[in-house]
Design a protein around this ligand. Structure first.
Ligand SMILES: [Zn+2]
Length: 108
């Protein structure tokens, strides 16, 4: 049983080599897989259900509560959002630098 699960997980990870998490501009977590973004739709005691951020797109991802990828389903009806993500990451980096700059310059 455990072995079968490991095999299945490896196959999924081959299809989606990595997932990561960012925060949306509303502070909600977003899952990023293969340059597509997903928002948290609902969570049960065992599973988080993530749906594509594009309205009407059928693609979705299931993770466990520790954000480990369990399943991907459906196909995207649109192109990847890589360019949008690069803008968002650059903005997050700016915010990070700003916070640290301010922290370093607080008078003692
Ligand atoms: Zn999609």
């Amino acid at each position: 049983m455990a072995e079968a699960f490991v095999t299945l997980t490896s196959e999924i990870q081959a299809k989606f080599p990595s997932i990561s998490f960012i925060n949306s501009n509303k502070g909600k977590p977003l899952l990023v897989a293969d340059d597509y973004t997903f928002k948290l739709n609902k969570a049960t005691t065992t599973t988080k259900y993530w749906i594509c951020t594009i309205n009407g797109c059928a693609a979705n991802v299931h993770t466990d509560l520790t954000n480990l990828l369990m399943k991907t389903a459906g196909n995207h009806s649109h192109l990847r959002e890589k360019e949008k993500l690069e803008v968002r990451e650059a903005r997050d980096k700016m915010i990070y630098l700003k916070i640290h700059f301010l922290t370093l310059n607080i008078p003692a």
